[in-house]
Structures are given as structure tokens and as C-alpha cells.
Design a protein around this ligand. Structure first.
Ligand SMILES: Nc1ncnc2c1ncn2[C@@H]1O[C@H](COP(=O)(O)OP(=O)(O)OP(=O)(O)O)[C@@H](O)[C@H]1O
Length: 273
């Protein structure tokens, strides 16, 4: 089913995106990266943003994260502005490449967001005002408990992304934004990371917005998918993923999985879902 959500649903949303447009201006012209996107992300939901290269997926994620402003429309995060959510440390961000500091060990990288003002500064509190998550426990959570003292160069690509996920969770953010975090990994590692991410999502209760251009990845991970199309970037619709909560690897072969994937593909190509 394709559904744009009504304003009454929006009021209970973790993230509400209403008629958002993003235009980039250069000296000679204005480029519209995103036009009139409206949907919401519910508290504790796993929602993927799916679309072809250049349709504005990262742009939309960056607006939610308060890294760039919207040119039109409105974004609410946890009932306030994206800036307020960011300064309250309620947003964790994972990029396509782990972006770890090479001179810091895994655990020192996880600790980094707590060290506002330098290494010797008093540790910053978590988003809820309490103690942050314990970096060692986070490394345990992402399956790297025994590699805390390893440097990034000693870790595989998948392991580095696990460290990046642990780092994004250290302030106990209620929202985790992930921009094609597994796009650079091989297929086997990617499938393992998909399963691990679902486990982490369940254990932490975080709302996740996950950007991908892989249809199977979006279907496997999500409760709902927002499909964007390009030129200019527009929301084609949202799709409920009506698969069982437990996602075993074999689910990818189930007729219902294939059916949802084909509806997502139809939306991507401008058809109805
Ligand atoms: N700072 C910027 N200035 C000008 N144009 C930009 C800027 N950032 C993004 N764009 C353009 O906006 C469009 C959307 O970019 P965006 O990175 O959001 O796409 P995407 O869907 O995430 O693509 P991909 O899957 O390839 O990462 C692209 O055409 C891109 O060139």
C-alpha cells in the first residue's frame, strides 16, 4: 500500500517531514535536489529511504541531522527542530565510510563523541541527561568486545563499520541516521551486518532511518520504505513491509519478500505499488 501520512499521525512521529524542498544555489543556477517530500518516521521504527543515485537520499538525511538547512517545508525531530535534537545529542549518524580516527583504538573512537572539548574534558552526558553508554559494552553489542584496543588499520571494513555504529550510539541517541553504511562492503559481510543491525535496533530501541539503493536490503531491514525518484528528487510513496518481525536470511526467498521487492521496484520506476 502506498500512503502519505496525515498530520494527525505526524504529531506522534519521531521525525516529521512536511513538504521539504532542498535547492542548491550556485552563481549561475539553482539546482533542485529534493521537492515536496512529506512523510513521517514513527518512534522506534526502522524506515529505509530507497532511491537511485542522485535522488536526494543523503540530502534528506542531512536535513534531518541539521547538517544542511531545508529550502522549503518543515522538518520536526522529536517534536522540535533538527538543531535542537542535534544539540541534545539525540541524533547518531553513520556514514558510508566509517571515518574513524586512525590514531585512536576502537574503544577510543567509540568514546570520541563524549570528549567534547578534548581528551581531558569531563565526559559529556548522554542525550537523556544520564550516563552515556559504556564504550566497552557497546563494542560487546556490535560483536567487537575483544578488539577494543585494535587500531582501525587492523580491522576489516565490516569491523570498522561496527565501531562506527557503536560510536553513533554512545550518547544514547533516540534516532540513528545511516547513510548507505554497508554500501562499500562485500555481499556476504553486508548480509551479516544487516542481521546484526536488526539485533542492535531491537536491543537499543532506537528509531533508525537507513539510506540505501539496494531494494533487497531495504526490504530485509525495514518496517517501512520511503521510495524517492530522481530529477528532481521526489517521494514516490511509502511502502509497508508486511514481513514477520523476525528476519531470517532465508526470508529473502519467500514469495512475500519477492512481492514487496517488486512493488518497491514499481514505485522506483514510476508505477503504483
Ligand atoms: N552541496 C551541494 N551542492 C550542489 N549540489 C549538491 C550538493 N549536495 C548534493 N547535491 C546534488 O543533489 C543531488 C542529490 O544528491 P544526494 O547526495 O542527496 O543524492 P543520493 O540520492 O544520496 O545519491 P547517492 O545514492 O549517489 O549517494 C545530486 O544531484 C547532487 O549532485
Amino acid at each position: 500500500m502506498t500512503a502519505l501520512h496525515s498530520r494527525s499521525e505526524v504529531s506522534t512521529a519521531a521525525i516529521s517531514i512536511q513538504e521539504v524542498a532542498v535547492r542548491f544555489r550556485s552563481k549561475r543556477k539553482t539546482f533542485t535536489a529534493l521537492e515536496g517530500a512529506s512523510f513521517d518516521v514513527r518512534e522506534r521504527e526502522f524506515l529505509s529511504i530507497l532511491g537511485p543515485s542522485g535522488c536526494g537520499k543523503s540530502t534528506l538525511l542531512r536535513v534531518i541531522a541539521d547538517l544542511i538547512p531545508a529550502s522549503g517545508g518543515r522538518v520536526d525531530v522529536l517534536g522540535g527542530t533538527p538543531a535542537a535534537a542535534r544539540s541534545a545529542r539525540e541524533i547518531g549518524f553513520v556514514f558510508q565510510h566509517a571515518e574513524l580516527l586512525p590514531w585512536r583504538t576502537a574503544i577510543e573512537n567509540v568514546r570520541l563523541p563524549l570528549q567534547v572539548g578534548g581528551r581531558r574534558a569531563k565526559a559529556a552526558p548522554a542525550a537523556d541527561g544520564g550516563a552515556p553508554r559504556d564504550p566497552q559494552e557497546l563494542l560487546d553489542l556490535v560483536g567487537l568486545g575483544d578488539r577494543a584496543d585494535a587500531y582501525p588499520r587492523q580491522l576489516s571494513g565490516g569491523m570498522r563499520q561496527r565501531v562506527a555504529i557503536a560510536r553513533a550510539l554512545v550518547t544514547k541517541p533516540r534516532i540513528l541516521l545511516m547513510d548507505e553504511p554497508f554500501g562499500a562492503l562485500d555481499e556476504i559481510t553486508r548480509e551479516t551486518m544487516n542481521r546484526e543491525l536488526l539485533r542492535i535496533w531491537e536491543e537499543t530501541g532506537t528509531t533508525i532511518v537507513f539510506v540505501t539503493h539496494s531494494i533487497p536490503e531495504a526490504v530485509f531491514l525495514s518496517q517501512r520504505i520511503a521510495v524517492l525518484t530522481a530529477n528532481p528528487g521526489r517521494l514516490a510513496g511509502t511502502l509497508d513491509v508486511t514481513l514477520p518481525a523476525e528476519r531470517r536470511p532465508e526470508i529473502r526467498d519467500a514469495p512475500e519478500f519477492v512481492e514487496i521487492a517488486s512493488r518497491a521496484r514499481a514505485l522506483l520506476h514510476g508505477g503504483a505499488s
